[in-house]
Design a protein around this ligand. Structure first.
Ligand code: ADP
Length: 491
């Protein structure tokens, strides 16, 4: 077994009210290293009773002196947390790689992003402000708005990148003065537990951040339906997102959902084809395709289709697939055996539906046979109505579809229930802007893909969800925009 200072052979407990404790049921589950199939550790299995405890702790913390922390205090705390993360960053990145399979090169590269995210939100903590609103009501009234922390937030996150996904709730919670119950996915709970330890040691008051790993249908569902939770921030599949929205009706809590995608990436014949081939390949292959806005439907103008698809396949073939801790690895395993089964199932579906496998399309054996590895895959001769072009696979699988005109490709790109990412590769400026405006997606990248920054909003459209992450409006989702009327009429 690979050693790690956070993995001491004991069952990793829940973190509630500033304390480490077992699940009330006493149950635990295995956390598996997807590179080897071996058990990394056991983790306490939280369920509804533990969620109740965590929400109660978060409520007590919300009603405590946490409310009297000034913006400067919260900012200072966030900067202390950022420094504490940096001190233990290599261990944190390694733990994430071991738990969910992303190559160390990838998780280590998050260092800058994490620091910038904390700093960005720490800066925002100082600029929360209401407005004085003019009114024409008869009499003499002063009316103004106050931005107040919303309350107890529940965050439910997936397994494809918890190290960074957790920051989308931790940072706004700390910046606004809310409190949090965070439920990571069972497949990859470890980096959130280690983060809880770091937050605690850096001085985050007890109960402000609680972490309860556990199954979605019990722990997750209890959090989503909880009557004392004021907001749920969910990242995950569209299917589960719908359940979260339904569960939120118990107390009309606020909801933000970032869901699945089947994002189009469009390559016109006039593009810089070298740049586009590498860009289009990595738009999907990064993180072994386990990215919600991965560019999985590759639309290529027919005049360059055959050559370009081959170029993309060549990029795929050149990538080094291997164990997550090998410094040479560019693509790690899929995160779980379930994911492996799902992705290899789509190879069969692709063949049966008449797609042609240009590269990849298989589980990897040899030294990698014990892990959950597949090769980067390019499917050609795909029709936009095939299952591989409509369903989210969440693996390194590109479905390449030819097109003849701008109007046709925009219509095909928008012919999906999703609307998260999208990409355009062209040197024609007018076309780039025109197509960017026409794509029904929350984000469009032009001559690049998947560039992100904490200061720039990420959002979805249609069944990819609603709510924003990052950028200047994210904190509004953690604030009550309250109105105050003052009668200031004289005698
Ligand atoms: P995936 O199928 O890719 O694992 P999910 O949307 O099921 O994606 O999982 C994302 C997160 O949602 C995980 O933390 C999971 O435990 C949680 N989850 C799954 N089902 C439910 C549910 N019914 N209610 C609340 N959370 C859930």
């Amino acid at each position: 077994m690979t050693a790690h200072p956070f993995l001491d052979g004991t069952v990793k407990p829940l973190f509630i009210d500033g304390q480490w404790r077992p699940a009330r049921s006493g149950d635990s589950f295995e956390s598996i290293d997807p590179s080897t199939g071996h058990v990394l550790t056991r983790v306490a299995r939280g369920d509804a009773a533990d969620i109740d405890d965590a929400v109660a702790a978060a409520r007590r913390a919300f009603d405590s002196e946490w409310q009297s922390w000034k913006p400067f205090d919260r900012q200072a705390l966030m900067l202390d947390v950022a420094a504490a993360i940096d001190r233990r960053f290599e261990d944190l990145a390694r733990l994430e790689s071991m738990d969910m399979g992303a190559p160390l090169a990838r998780t280590l590269s998050f260092r800058r992003w994490i620091q910038q995210t904390f700093r960005y939100y720490a800066a925002q903590a100082l600029s929360i402000r209401g407005d004085v609103l003019s009114n024409s009501a008869p009499g003499d009234y002063l009316s103004y708005s106050l931005k107040l922390p919303l309350g107890v937030v529940g965050a439910i996150i997936p397994w494809n990148g918890p190290l960074i996904t957790q920051l989308w709730s931790i940072c706004p919670v700390l910046a606004t003065g809310c409190t949090l119950v965070l439920k990571p996915a069972e497949e990859a709970p470890l980096s959130t537990l280690m983060m809880a330890e770091i937050l605690h040691e850096a001085g985050v008051p007890k109960g402000v951040i609680n972490v309860v790993p556990g199954p979605g249908p019990t722990a997750g569902a209890a959090l989503a339906a909880h009557r004392d939770v004021d907001k749920i921030a969910f990242t995950g599949s569209t299917l589960t997102g719908r359940k979260i929205i339904e569960a939120s009706a118990t107390n009309m809590k606020r909801v933000a959902v970032e869901l699945g995608g089947k994002s189009p990436d469009i390559v016109f014949a006039d593009a810089d084809l070298e740049l586009a081939a590498r860009g289009a390949a990595m738009a999907c292959f990064n993180n072994s395709g386990q990215v919600c806005y991965a560019g999985t439907r590759l639309f290529v103008e027919r005049s360059i289709y055959a050559d370009f698809v081959e170029k993309v396949a060549e990029v795929g073939r050149s990538l080094k697939v291997g164990p997550s801790l090998d410094p040479q690895t560019q693509l790690g395993p899929l995160a779980s055996s379930m994911q492996l089964e799902k992705v290899t199932g789509y190879f069969d579906i692709a063949r049966a539906d008449g797609a042609r496998i240009v590269s990849g399309g298989e589980r990897l054996g040899g030294d990698l046979a014990d892990g959950f590895f597949v090769s980067p895959t390019v499917l050609a001769d795909v029709d936009n109505s095939m299952r591989v072009a409509r369903e989210e696979i969440f693996g390194p699988v590109i479905a390449a579809i030819p097109f003849d005109s701008e109007a046709e490709v925009v219509a095909m790109a928008n012919d999906t229930t999703y609307g998260l990412g999208s990409g355009i590769w062209t040197q024609n400026l007018g076309r780039a802007h025109r197509v960017a405006r026409s794509l029904r997606a929350g984000m469009t990248w032009t001559n690049c893909y998947a560039v992100t920054d904490p200061g720039v909003t990420m959002t979805g459209a249609r069944q990819s969800g609603y709510g924003v992450k990052g950028g200047p409006w994210h904190l509004d989702e953690y604030l009550l925009n309250k109105t105050v009327w003052m009668n200031i009429a004289g005698e």
